[in-house]
Design a protein around this ligand. Structure first.
Ligand SMILES: Cc1cc2nc3c(=O)[nH]c(=O)nc-3n(C[C@H](O)[C@H](O)[C@H](O)COP(=O)(O)OP(=O)(O)OC[C@H]3O[C@@H](n4cnc5c(N)ncnc54)[C@H](O)[C@@H]3O)c2cc1C
Length: 477
């Protein structure tokens, strides 16, 4: 007997997944007076960008930084446009801007802030022979029609290289952009690079004091106020088709429901598996990039330890490699250090404890092969290893280069296995499949893809994807 009470029900639109894309899609439908239901397999909304508590300590997954930050009312920018499309007031996100961030390579550092001129002056200072090329590249990025859904893949590496003589600057610009949104190894699409470059450097970083909860609450409240229904612990097991259309959906509890249209944010390969329509070509598109992340809560504020940056994108060699590690569980050569305390929160407020998060590339398959004991041992090993890498990059007043110079209150770590468990993404692939479905269409005429695998990545990107795919496929008429 199905426990969801949905058996036999019909909806105008069913949305699979209550992540950023699914919630944004539901709001657009609600604003247009359409009846929708969001089905989520997990017990919390947010998907890749969620939160949890252990022993009374709150942790965010995702959200180092909300990209695309602009001040209220800045016209023509993605954040302003998306808030207008969702009819959510700017204040609801409670955003505070970053202090400053850094791209750290052994022989060079570039500091950047939410004002683009800061990065430009850093490039002029560190790479005086490249500043003209940099300005030309910036102009190309500024004028590119990067959101055109018909754009073909153009190599970002080759394009950037054509502007510079020094490969170091190419690597330094690719490191943050690839970490914040490349689903492909070693290179990325130039259009995607341009979208990320704008969102990181032309616009900037911000964070709500209460983290990702604030963003999820704003979306959930809006969806609920429009009459939208959200069913948690209610996964879609399979999608049954007839004559090139979805006939019905079978839920995990066996309930059968029907819908005029279905928007899936679960991923393209994951959705094809639900349709029983996988093939070697489809499976070949499974994402190969995942991360592991350490999270440490400690007694002091980072500033008291001399740690002033918000985000540090680091690389310990001058050449930058962005790929699934060849021969180990983690590639500690590069990564991202995030200090969520280092945002300019209002009225001197801050997080109760210092927080240090270290993200690095992780093997997408080998973490799944470990038995529980080995998994625990390897997690502990890599936690300590990544922490000592980060302590070499952060200003470190400690006598021991391996010891955090503050009393540790709690710590945790996630791996690709954790990502898979809580989001269903095969291999725990953070940025989903390699080849995106830019138009959102599938082999079935009423089933559409939105979110990570449609191609707009990150928190803002996923919401924009939910909005644009819903506008295009459900609201055009
Ligand atoms: C560690 C980490 C750090 C990040 N940092 C940042 C950052 O600082 N800034 C930034 O902009 N982005 C960041 N991101 C990326 C960002 O979180 C994602 O790009 C974005 O949240 C993707 O949203 P989505 O809705 O497309 O997909 P998802 O969040 O994956 O949502 C899909 C949802 O579908 C559900 N689902 C799957 N299968 C089924 C099924 N069969 N039935 C029902 N439900 C199903 C899943 O449980 C999930 O909730 C980070 C991600 C991670 C993991």
């Amino acid at each position: 007997m199905p426990s969801s009470n949905l058996n036999g029900k019909h909806f105008e639109v069913v949305i699979i997944g209550a992540g950023m894309a699914g919630l944004a899609s539901g709001i657009r439908l609600g604003l247009a007076g359409k009846e929708s239901i969001i089905l989520e397999r997990h017990n919390a909304s947010g998907g890749l960008n969620s939160f949890y508590s252990i022993d009374g300590h709150k942790y965010d997954v995702g959200l180092h930084a909300l990209t695309n930050y602009v001040e209220k009312g800045t016209k023509g920018t993605p954040l302003t446009k998306l808030l207008r499309q969702l009819r959510i007031p700017y204040e609801a996100l409670d955003l505070s801007p970053q202090v400053q961030s850094r791209i750290h390579f052994p022989s060079c550092e570039l500091v950047f802030k939410n004002e683009f001129s800061h990065l430009e002056s850093q490039v002029a200072e560190q790479f005086p022979n490249e500043i003209d090329g940099f300005r030309k590249l910036v102009e190309t990025i500024r004028t590119l029609d990067a959101f055109n859904l018909g754009n073909q893949f153009i190599s970002a590496r080759a394009t950037i290289r054509s502007y510079f003589k020094n490969p170091l600057l190419e690597s330094m610009l690719l490191c943050p952009t690839m970490y914040y949104g490349s689903s492909t190894e070693e290179d990325m699409d130039f259009g995607q690079f341009a979208i990320l470059f704008r969102s990181l450097f032309f616009e900037g970083f911000a964070r709500p004091l209460n983290g990702v909860r604030t963003i999820i609450k704003a979306l959930q409240d809006k969806y609920r106020s429009l009459g939208g229904i959200r069913k948690m612990r209610c996964g879609v097991d399979s999608i049954v088709s007839e004559n090139n259309s979805v006939r019905h959906l079978i839920l995990d509890d066996g309930a059968i429901i029907t819908a005029d249209k279905i928007i899936s944010t679960a991923g393209i390969v994951e959705t094809m598996r639900m349709c029983n329509n996988s093939s070697p070509e489809v499976e070949d598109n499974i994402g190969r990039l995942s991360f592991t992340e350490t999270i440490t809560l400690f007694e002091d504020q980072p500033k008291a330890l001399g740690w002033e940056d918000t985000i540090i994108f680091f690389n310990t060699n001058d050449a930058f490699h962005y790929k699934s590690p060849d021969d180990d569980l983690v590639d500690p050569r590069s990564g991202v250090i995030c200090l969520p305390n280092n945002y300019a929160y209002p009225n001197g407020q801050n997080l109760e404890h210092g927080i240090l998060r270290i993200t690095a590339l992780a093997h997408t398959e080998d973490w799944f092969k470990l038995d529980p004991e080995q998994y625990k041992i390897k997690k502990e090993f890599w936690f300590n290893h990544l922490q000592s890498v980060a302590l070499k990059i952060l200003p470190n007043q400690s006598k021991s280069p391996h010891t955090l110079p503050s009393k540790i209150i709690a710590q945790d770590m996630f791996t690709p296995k954790t990502v898979h468990r809580f989001t269903g993404h095969i291999n725990g692939a953070i940025y989903g499949s390699r080849d995106k479905v830019k138009g959102g269409e599938t082999h079935l005429d009423n089933l559409f893809i939105a979110g990570t695998d449609q191609g707009f990545l990150g928190i803002i990107g996923a919401m924009l994807s939910g909005i644009s795919m819903t506008n295009l496929h459900c609201l055009k008429d």
